[in-house]
Write a protein that binds this ligand. Sequence first.
Ligand code: ZN
Length: 240
Amino acid sequence: MRAGLTGPMPAEADTVRLAGRDVPVRWRRSSRARRLSLRIDAREAEIVITLPPRAEREAGLALLRSHAVWALSRLDHLPAAAPWHDGGQVVLDGCPHGIVHCPDGRRGVWIEDDVVKVSGEAPFLRRRLTTFLRQEAGRRLGARLAQIAGASGLRPRRLVIKDTSSRWGSCSADGTVMLNWRLVMAPVDVQHYVLAHELAHLRHMNHGPDFWVLVASLTPHRHMAEAWLRRHGPALLRAA
Ligand SMILES: [Zn+2]
């Protein structure tokens, strides 16, 4: 029997609703696969469904649904993404930066070209990097929030940078905008959407049609950013 004429098709990223949650799925069409299969890609924190040449996606979805509990629990218990370490990488505004430990440095943590340099003793590298990223989040997200606020006339009373396990941002009735510091790792366009979303809550404390009209007037990135956060958000929440 001849192998498929076209060989394996490129993998395709998707999001599937499973037990009330959106989970990242990657579809692989393989000319060599003999049967449908399901696995977890721990590095990408996604489910990979491999389809043999003539299998329908529906069959893949049925297989996934019948293993929903297993798949969700595997996704929930993935180890943290490669922990920050000397020689590793940290992402800022969507751009990967190398991490270099400089034990004798006297400047705390600083950026030189595309490298984040961390002084101090090795066991404290991750903690110092976290503190630095929280500060960067306040600085960078604060400046971008002020920019959208200035252009729109929506004025937050204050900005609070937080460490939350699930939310990217929120807005309270007293005009406080809360942002997750981990958002500073996301691409700038994704940040732009989250900032616009929270600012729009200053006028509409709901997700009604008027709210979304206002969001659309503040940022063109909503759908891209929502898809990006669904797909990459879990990994961002585990980075440290
Ligand atoms: Zn909202």
